[in-house]
Design a protein around this ligand. Structure first.
Ligand code: CA
Ligand code: ZN
Length: 300
């Protein structure tokens, strides 16, 4: 099954009409547009002329039969096939250095043989290994909320987390009947922080497996790999996000082991990594990452 880029939405909301209804578990393909709605695909395309109502399209939403508020939606990213070119930008008043940037600037950049071939204005070529990731991914929030796809939160959304790539499994808190899952905003590569307000923004074809874990909704999205368990938290400030991410990881370890609180805190202090996802979106996103191998049985 494949959902094409003709099915997109611009806010996570339980009122959205499903693009498709599926029984879980299901493996399916998603065709995604870049965060500009594919409007900056050639060097002559300029930001001043784009339609800002078409920013951050997410492909979907998928209604997962049987997914109820209180469940976790489990999503495994099986493969990401990137387009042959992507676009990076910076512009006035956006990003961490927006106050010293004048106007808008884009670089349409080829992607081939596993590398992003960035070309600077002075002639410098920088070949960067690709690290494909999904910027926007999530489920509908609780009734009454309508969260644009540029904003991250408990539902997921624009988390811009460099860990969300091939082989990763995510768990989202289902808050609406059917979950109404979708994603977009792929990056060929991005640095933690996304300080200039974009990664290498690129259309892609992504294969995922979707399943439901009954009555196990996390408070914020949880990410799991073979090696790591991580919680992804978005808050108005990085400080608040760090505090909540640390509290939630402590709770996850406490619920899954018989370690006492001082041992959990000391092990988190020795082994856990508190890392920045992005600091340029309406809410800031961090992750607390813990290596699973030191605590037998630690997993979602
Ligand atoms: Ca993004
Ligand atoms: Zn993006």
């Amino acid at each position: 099954m494949k959902i094409t880029k003709d099915n997109v939405f611009y806010s996570f909301c339980n009122k959205n009409e499903p693009a498709v209804r599926v029984d879980a578990p299901v493996t399916m393909d998603f065709e995604t547009m870049d965060c500009f709605g594919n409007q900056l695909r050639n060097p002559e395309d300029v930001m001043e002329e784009i339609d800002w109502d078409r920013i951050n399209p997410a492909t979907g939403p998928v209604y997962v039969n049987g997914a109820q508020p209180g469940d976790a939606l489990k999503v495994t990213i099986n493969s990401i096939k990137l387009n042959e070119k992507g676009t990076v930008c910076c512009l006035n008043e956006e990003g961490t250095l927006g106050d010293i940037i004048e106007g808008s600037h884009t670089r349409v950049t080829p992607v081939s043989d596993g590398f992003v071939h960035y070309q600077a204005k002075n002639g410098l070529t920088v070949d960067i290994p690709i690290k494909p990731m999904i910027g926007v991914i999530g489920v509908a929030p609780e009734d009454g909320l309508d969260i644009n796809t540029g904003t991250p939160g408990k539902h997921g959304g624009n988390m811009d987390n460099t860990m969300i790539g091939e082989g990763v499994t995510l768990y989202f808190p289902v808050a609406a009947e059917g979950a109404l899952f979708g994603f977009g905003d792929l990056h060929a590569v991005m640095g933690d922080g996304e300080i200039g307000v974009s990664g290498l923004e690129i259309p892609a074809d992504v294969n995922v497996t979707i399943d439901v874990v009954k009555a196990k909704a996390p408070q914020f999205p949880v990410l799991e790999t073979e090696e790591h368990l991580a919680v992804i938290v978005s808050k108005p400030t990085v400080d608040e996000a760090c505090q909540t991410a640390t509290e939630l990881m402590e709770q996850m370890i406490a619920e899954r082991t018989d370690l006492d609180l001082p041992d959990i805190v000391m092990l988190m202090s020795l082994l856990g990594d508190l890392q920045i996802c992005q600091i340029v979106d309406p809410e800031k996103t961090v992750r607390f990452v813990f290596p699973k191998k030191y605590i037998p049985g630690l997993s979602f």
